[in-house]
Design a protein. Structure first.
Ligand code: ATP
Ligand code: MG
Length: 293
């Protein structure tokens, strides 16, 4: 049960959630343009879903927002709603302070930003508890403290019984819950999710969607979710951003104004919002996206 909006979050809430503004972002890999133009805005504590054409640059956009790569042009600003942090959040170029790339899960040195990828990317030689504790270990948290924090997060994900299992002993859904616990153990201020549940069966996916939605409403962590599912986007996010074409371009954001509470996927309002997103994803453009100004 949950009924709270992010601005009314409980003691689990994350202070200083990060707001994101990306303006006129363009990105090329080795001269090949993969994002032609991206504008993104997420207020602190907001939840944005990004959907769109495969290969259109969604993962690249997420990596740019997370600071893993620098845009070819344009500006990405991350700001904390906690005033004391604000001045630390910007580098001279207007980009957020550098973020280290770790080869699993990924956390900023300040542990402000967490990633969660489709495959989960658990370390196969570590048990569940030590996988979840890993980001804290990278930040120099003492063994007892980090195990306690990991254990508490696993309890929230209903995985207490699996703390000592190895990743290979888990189902796909359990692996994703462990990956999510690992992404959340540092209490990030910005959570970047790249198709986290894409490989799961529908029933498991719906259950994890619901867990994610409740978690967001309890903590108010700013969340950006890339997904191929329009229904998942509309049921979880407060705003949906469509990326079209190759190289990708963002279209105007669609606000998702559904009543608080469990989403009724057969309601007129839900179906109509899904149609709005679908229309943006499929509408014919008068010119090829590459030729648009
Ligand atoms: N590190 C990289 N080096 C070179 N090209 C890359 C790199 N990462 C992505 N690309 C290319 O950039 C384009 C966009 O890729 P990206 O993964 O961002 O798309 P996507 O929208 O996430 O696709 P999907 O929906 O299939 O996950 C693709 O053509 C891809 O091959
Ligand atoms: Mg992708």
């Amino acid at each position: 049960m949950r009924s709270q909006e992010p601005d009314q979050v409980t003691s689990e809430s994350v202070p200083g959630a990060i707001g994101v503004v990306a303006r006129a972002v363009r990105h090329s890999f080795n001269g090949l343009n993969v994002i032609a133009h991206a504008d993104v805005q997420v207020k602190p504590g907001g939840f944005l879903a990004i959907v769109g054409d495969s290969g259109g640059g969604k993962t690249t956009l997420l990596r740019l927002i997370g600071g893993l790569i620098e845009p070819t042009s344009g500006q990405i600003l991350l700001s904390a709603n906690d005033q004391s942090k604000q001045s630390n959040s910007y580098s001279q170029s207007g980009h957020v302070a550098p973020v280290a790339t770790l080869n699993m899960g990924t956390i900023s040195p300040g542990s402000d930003i967490s990633f969660c990828f489709q495959e989960g990317r658990l370390l196969p030689w570590r048990n569940v508890l030590d996988n979840v504790a890993l980001p804290l270990e990278m930040h120099g948290v003492r063994p007892q403290e980090r195990r306690a924090a990991a254990s508490a997060m696993l309890a929230k994900m209903q995985l207490s019984d699996s703390e000592h299992k190895m990743p290979a002993q888990l189902s796909g859904g359990m692996r994703m819950r462990v990956a999510m616990a690992r992404a959340l153990v540092t209490r990030p201020k910005l959570l970047l999710l790249d198709e986290p549940f894409g490989a799961l069966d529908e029933v498991t996916r719906l259950a994890l969607d619901e867990e994610l939605r409740q978690l967001w409403q309890r903590t108010g962590t700013t969340t950006i979710l890339v997904t191929h599912s329009i229904q998942e986007a509309v049921s979880l996010a407060k705003e949906v951003l469509v990326m079209r074409g190759k190289p990708g371009r963002t279209l105007p954001t669609i606000a998702i104004d559904l009543p608080t509470g469990a989403v009724q996927r057969n309601s007129m309002q839900f179906v109509s919002l899904c149609q709005d997103v679908y229309q943006q994803m499929t509408a014919q453009t008068t010119q090829a996206p590459e030729q648009m100004p």
